[in-house]
Design a protein around this ligand. Sequence first.
Ligand SMILES: NC(=O)c1ccc[n+]([C@@H]2O[C@H](COP(=O)([O-])OP(=O)(O)OC[C@H]3O[C@@H](n4cnc5c(N)ncnc54)[C@H](O)[C@@H]3O)[C@@H](O)[C@H]2O)c1
Length: 426
Amino acid sequence: MSTETTQNKLKAGLVGFGMIVDETYRPFFESVHETGLYQRATGPIEVSLDAVATRTGSRAEKYLEERGEKVGGFESYAGDNAIEEMAAAGLNFACVASPDDRHFDSCKKLLEAGTHLIVEKPSVLKLQELDELVALAEKNNVTAKVVYHKLFDPDHKKLRTLVYDDVLQHVNNGYCSLLEPKAISGKQFAQWITGRNPGTYVAVHYIKLIDFTFGGKLKTLTASGQRGLVGDKDGPTWDSCQLRMVYEYESGREAAFDIHTSWVTPDNFPGYVEQEVQFRFDNGLWNGHSRKRGVECTVEDKTPFEIKNSMNNHFNGTFVEPWNERSQRGYGIEVIEQFAREVAQIEFGGPESERQQRLEQIRSLSYNDLSADRQTVATVQALEAILEKHAQGEPDCVVRVNDDKGGLVLYRPGSTEAEVLYEGTV
Ligand SMILES: NC(=O)c1ccc[n+]([C@@H]2O[C@H](COP(=O)([O-])OP(=O)(O)OC[C@H]3O[C@@H](n4cnc5c(N)ncnc54)[C@H](O)[C@@H]3O)[C@@H](O)[C@H]2O)c1
């Protein structure tokens, strides 16, 4: 067991400095800078944000100027070689929070530099990319993890606990929906929205929730979508989409799940980000609704824009604690802190000679390890392929998983021809 010394320090880097950084990574780094991390096996650990890599550097440098002392200052890297420069800074771990379709390159460079990695959801968009990252993490003796903060939502933890304990038995089917306001597609993501869809962006939370909570083998994927608001009605950019996943369990019985997402809901709708799930079991029913469990608040001239009508105080809220300290906390921040604890455990949780065992133990955590993200990435890859075919004038394709032609195989209606999206076993 290591002793309490000031050498126990983790140097961190961050790729991207946008909306999610503001909601979760920034508050995490500010709070950990102040308090450090403590676990009995590691003793106190200092965590510092040493490097930030972004496209232009503007938001990161503005923060550095205005509040940089909150994280102890960092080096800002921008432009084409930002990731390489950051990766060369000798970091222990890095968080990748750039747009969905730009995760892979950054992750690869960071893992190549021997940096522990955590990437925002969706981790990557193709199983081929996932394979490469998992192999690199293995080769360089580091972890590669993904953030699915909804697994830390107390309601979802309770659902999983009831399933895990066999209180809720065999899921038959279910639906989930997640509605984002127009401002997300129209303003927030305007710079990278072309060719994107809200399913990859947010359905992925529920894809993972279903995959992680219920287990089973993914069999079939279908999807549809609508266009015409964010982009052209015949173009590649989607307003909303509907995904269906079919799973088979050890008993040979199946379940189907529908996930509906949109990022064109009117900006003033009271739900703001509205999330709903319903799962039907042999012996029960689970209904979860972000507004029903939450609060509704109106403040003249402030809601729903500056303050949300139905705020999710469980995800990430700013508070005055009962002892009058200000804080920002919630499961969105906890999930990053937990990753930092896992890295600390690997590096400082015992003698160097046992590092490999600790690394393997942390890799075996299937809630966040990239090696356990296969069925989720397969679903995202299939969804993207089906929507792409739809945009090319061939709607209603079906993707089958692990059939005799390959791991992920796309079929067009009325055609016997198959397109193999991924050869290996999912
Ligand atoms: N977990 C959640 O609930 C949640 C919510 C929002 C976003 N996200 C995820 O976080 C990621 C970022 O989303 P966001 O909302 O912060 O987006 P954003 O558009 O607000 O910010 C993106 C950031 O990435 C930077 N960037 C863009 N291209 C880059 C590149 N090639 N290299 C380095 N930096 C680059 C930009 O400069 C910007 O700082 C996405 O993967 C998204 O799916 C997760």
